[in-house]
Design a protein around this ligand. Sequence first.
Ligand SMILES: NC(=O)c1ccc[n+]([C@@H]2O[C@H](COP(=O)([O-])OP(=O)(O)OC[C@H]3O[C@@H](n4cnc5c(N)ncnc54)[C@H](O)[C@@H]3O)[C@@H](O)[C@H]2O)c1
Length: 300
Amino acid sequence: MTAIGIIGAGAVGQGVGALLVHTDWCDTVMVSSRHGRSADGLVTDLEDMSLVSASPVRARRVGLALMKSCDALVLCPRAAFINGHATDIRMAGLTANGLLIRHLAQQLAGFSGPVVVVTNPVDVMTRLYAEVSCSTRVWGIGSSTDTARYRLILARKVGVPAQAVQGHVIGEHGDLAVICASSTTVYGRAVRVPVQAIRAEMAARPGRIAAGIGRVRSGPAAATVAALALVLGVTDGLIELSAPGDNTYLGMPLHFSSGQPTVCLPRLDAGENRDLAAAEVKLQSAYHHLCSTLKEMSAS
Ligand SMILES: NC(=O)c1ccc[n+]([C@@H]2O[C@H](COP(=O)([O-])OP(=O)(O)OC[C@H]3O[C@@H](n4cnc5c(N)ncnc54)[C@H](O)[C@@H]3O)[C@@H](O)[C@H]2O)c1
């Protein structure tokens, strides 16, 4: 059986914990947070859930050192900062979350199991964690939720179930997400995709969730648990995750078989190729900017 470590007991960590209690492949959820109080709260809540639902999954609060005994880790902490961005909202946490993720990567270096990063800006944080910890099994959550939103919005526009839509959103989990419209199909047939209208609706959804219930939680939590099952080899299948590309980490479809990923980039038209290249340049530049900021902060 399998122990999963959750670092960060906020909205996403709570959602991941609740879903793990209902899996048939996880037996222990270990929780650590900045304040022991929130980790204690989540563990107590998960204990109640396990008992009520007759789940054998046990929850424990642990320190960072014990996290290394887990089979896989989920990183979903968020540093305290005020997000003043009207656009590129996820990039607002670059430095504050960068400091936090670098610290975790230093503390957890040597952990050889898979790590799923959720903290935003997720493509940059995934790369930072991988490079500082020297771990090669690090993936970021973002593009799979974007893809689910894309399929849902397009399905509603065309009047079909979301399962009839096949298509991907790749690149940045952010303003430069690439909608792979040219390879999208509905019931196996090419379809005209109103890209701008869909992009606007995709961008509006997180704000609507936050305005209604405070924080975005269930979608990314489900994507995280689906990713854990794939990276641990519990199931085989396809998922869009942030992973190393030629120059930086960015979202792409990966097919996992026995825990081993293969990149399955869809056919892109010229415009989509340009958009993907732009996302890559942006993420690379954000990463370099973050590294020099962190270096300056360490020197002063
Ligand atoms: N990639 C995605 O698709 C996606 C989706 C939703 C949220 N997010 C991101 O995930 C992160 C978490 O979101 P949330 O809504 O759960 O935040 P939240 O504010 O609800 O919770 C954050 C938690 O992190 C904890 N924390 C802070 N510093 C820590 C540390 N050093 N070690 C351990 N825990 C620490 C806090 O105590 C808190 O419990 C954010 O960066 C958010 O932007 C990403």
